[in-house]
Ligand binder design. Structure first.
Ligand SMILES: Nc1ncnc2c1ncn2[C@@H]1O[C@H](COP(=O)(O)OP(=O)(O)O)[C@@H](O)[C@H]1O
Ligand SMILES: [Mg+2]
Length: 281
């Protein structure tokens, strides 16, 4: 297995023309971003700053107005068919089909990519079991709680064994305990499967809990901060939260975040050390 390909975003721009007013909206303005295979990234930003549009471009539903998104060396929009079953998304709404059981919902993407029915069922059952829904495989969405329905949606995403998992505000509408539980399960499984995972969230606690990286979007998806959580000791999480909050409010990078980024990059600027400098990882 080669693992998920890297994601490269360069000079990405997306402009929508609003049908009612005829005005242009710049949803994304010259975004540059690189995401390594298996990285777990949280994206935070205020409502309307272009987060969901970024996901629409990632899954190839929309084409860039300018610039590019490459996954490996392919474009999710231009090479749409190549990405079938390789990117999976969990949204805020579970988007389950009410007339299909949990099992039939979880196996739906596998049906769409044309797997034999036996394999569809086996894989969907495995994932429903892993998400604690072994007793509910024949239940219909209306018979399940919000948290359970979201578990079915997560099982459906994992069942395709995707390279890339995208979660758009997938947990924020649930009660805190359920949300934290589901987010932890999602992240644990993503790491186990070796998928790259990108989570959009408006909750800073959730972003900080995610792990590797927090990317802060300003208006028109301007990259305000790119935070490597490992640079921050747990004792400074409160400071981190405050710095992100002030970045979001002022639409400008808080100096405390810039300082941390500089401290991180300066030893590297001095060049490679004596030991392990050619190992590359
Ligand atoms: N299909 C569309 N047509 C026109 N405008 C859109 C469309 N999708 C998004 N927008 C606009 O682009 C901006 C970014 O939206 P969105 O990506 O949904 O933001 P977020 O997910 O960060 O809340 C908003 O101003 C929104 O109104
Ligand atoms: Mg959104």
């Amino acid at each position: 297995m080669t693992g998920p390909p890297p994601i490269e975003v360069r000079g990405l721009r997306k402009v929508f023309r609003q049908t009612t007013t005829g005005q242009s909206v710049v949803a994304i303005d010259r975004l540059d971003l690189a995401i390594a295979p298996r990285e777990v990234v949280a994206i935070v930003g205020q409502t309307g700053c272009g987060k969901s549009t970024f996901f629409d471009l990632m899954i190839g539903l929309e084409a860039p107005s300018e610039g590019l998104i490459h996954i490996g060396d392919k474009s999710p929009h231009a090479d749409f068919d190549l990405f079938r079953g390789r990117i999976a998304t969990v949204f805020q709404q579970d988007r389950l089909l009410p007339w299909r059981s949990a099992l039939d919902n979880a196996r739906l993407p596998l049906e769409l990519i044309g797997l034999p029915e036996k394999e569809q069922r086996e894989r969907a059952l495995t994932w429903l079991n892993r998400l604690g829904l072994g007793q509910f495989t024949n239940a219909y969405p209306h018979e399940l709680s919000g948290g359970m329905r979201q578990r079915v949606a997560i099982a459906r995403a994992f069942a395709v064994e995707p390279d890339i998992l995208l979660a758009d505000e997938a947990f924020g509408h649930l009660d805190e305990v359920t949300a934290a539980e589901l987010r932890d399960t999602f992240l644990k499984l993503a790491r186990e499967c070796g998928s790259t995972a990108i989570l959009i969230t408006h909750q800073l606690e959730e972003a900080i809990g995610v792990g590797d990286r927090i990317v802060v979007f300003g208006k028109s998806a301007k990259l305000l901060a790119d935070i490597h959580v490992a640079d921050w000791p747990k004792s400074k999480y409160r400071l981190l939260r405050e710095a992100i909050q002030s970045t979001l409010q002022s639409n400008r990078p808080d100096p405390r975040l810039t300082q941390a980024a500089n401290a991180r990059s300066s030893p590297r600027k001095r060049g490679p050390g004596k030991k392990g400098s050619t190992s590359g990882r």
